[in-house]
Write a protein that binds this ligand. Structure first.
Ligand SMILES: [Zn+2]
Length: 400
């Protein structure tokens, strides 16, 4: 039996097999005694299930545990290269296609920037070609492929697997894109679509780098996105949108936002808003190493700060302050255990991250500042594709 057949099996016969397999996936290396304690399966039934999983090479004996008097127990782990997944990160700035094994280690990945020419047709064609190319390079057959998880910018229509009408894509045409059916048609495997902020949160949680089960995950790239896990599960709002976080009002009657309203967080924190402010300072005769430009990137901003550019520094730090207030509002609403941050400035300009956390702590309501754990995402830019693959893999087990 192939792993892809096993995972899509729905019959009762396979339910306990899949249950035991999942426990070994989650907790391995693990002994029979420990599995039995978690499942209440009869010993003989468990032995039969383990034998069957071994015979299909879905699991293997990975060593011996600590003896509690008698013979040391045999430990089991899943065979991590018994099948493969693809995780895709589709954002406004780039698309990344990653090939992963069952332990969610990235075997290979390919990224390309999103430009004015990257219409849905072109991007999906590139995705398909990359998946095919990776499969060829790593000599994988279609039976080895379990599925494809996509972490995308929302809003989404999950049932139909469609990206609806996200804002700020550089290319036209990103409206009602049926990405899931298109990929399913090409590869005849399960394809899952979720917003990238949620997949990133899920990826970090699977990576065991997070504290607790209630997670707030904030991405500051071109815009702002935030994902949430409650009890370890992605909070799936109806529209699949993660960007509405950016339209939280932080200053009534404040700066104009791209949505047409005033005082949204995004109007203080997006790359576009920072560029606008920097350009205004320069136009007013301010002294900057940058010249007025439409094409400033995060790299330009970080480079300018390193050269001692005070205008850029003050704009970025001002933005961190507003961002911190937005995060405090989210904390006051959600009471997470752990808040994680991801984005170019988070990783490449430490004072930005520190200011956000300091401000968030200052405005948290009635919460001891050590009660919530803050950190940068450990998986960095791989969080979205790893989490997308992880969510897909989990979907084979969570539906029953
Ligand atoms: Zn807005």
């Amino acid at each position: 039996m192939q792993i892809n057949e096993f995972l899509i099996e729905d019959s009762t016969k396979y339910q306990s097999l899949k249950k035991v397999y999942y426990l070994i996936y989650e907790h391995g290396p693990i002994s029979k005694v420990d599995i039995q304690m978690m499942t209440n399966l009869k010993h003989t039934t468990l032995v039969r299930i383990i034998d069957e999983l071994l015979s299909h090479h879905f699991i293997f004996e990975s060593g011996l545990g600590i003896s509690s008097g008698g013979r040391p127990p045999v430990l089991y782990e899943i065979v991590h290269n018994r099948g493969y997944l693809f995780g895709i990160d589709l954002s406004r700035t780039h698309t990344t296609i990653a090939l992963l094994d069952l332990k969610l280690s990235i075997i290979d990945k390919f990224s390309f920037p999103m430009t004015k020419t990257h219409s849905p047709e072109i991007v999906i064609e590139k995705m398909i070609n990359t998946v095919k190319k990776h499969m060829q390079i790593h000599k994988l057959k279609i039976d080895d492929l379990i599925g494809i998880g996509i972490g995308s910018v929302g809003p989404l229509e999950r049932k139909q697997g469609m990206i609806l009408n996200p804002d700020s894509f550089p290319s036209d045409g990103w409206s009602h894109v049926p990405i899931v059916p298109l990929l399913e048609k090409e590869f005849t495997v399960k394809v899952l679509l979720e917003n990238g902020a949620n997949t990133a949160a899920f990826g970090e949680n699977k990576h065991l780098s997070v504290k607790g089960q209630d997670i707030l995950y904030c991405i500051s790239g071109v815009g702002l996105r935030c994902g949430m896990l409650v009890n370890g599960q992605a909070v799936q709002n109806k529209t699949g949108v993660a960007s509405s976080f950016g339209h939280m009002i932080v200053d009534i009657g404040g700066r104009k936002c791209i949505c047409g309203r005033k005082g949204c967080l995004l109007a203080y924190t997006s790359l576009e808003s920072m560029k606008k402010q920097i350009n205004e300072h320069i136009a007013a005769g301010g002294n900057s190493v940058l010249s007025q430009s439409e094409n400033l990137t995060f790299e330009h901003l970080i480079h300018a700060i390193k050269l001692g550019d005070e205008i850029v520094e003050s704009v970025i730090m001002d933005s961190a302050y507003y961002y911190g207030i937005g995060v405090a509002n989210m904390i006051n609403f959600m009471h997470p255990d752990h808040v994680l941050f991801n984005g170019p400035l988070i990783y490449d300009y430490p004072p930005y991250y520190e200011k956000i956390v300091k401000t968030a702590k200052k405005y948290m309501f009635n919460t001891h500042e050590n009660a919530i754990f803050f950190s940068k995402g450990a998986l960095k830019e791989d969080a979205v594709p790893i989490g997308a693959a992880a969510l897909l893999f989990n979907s084979f087990f969570s539906e029953r």
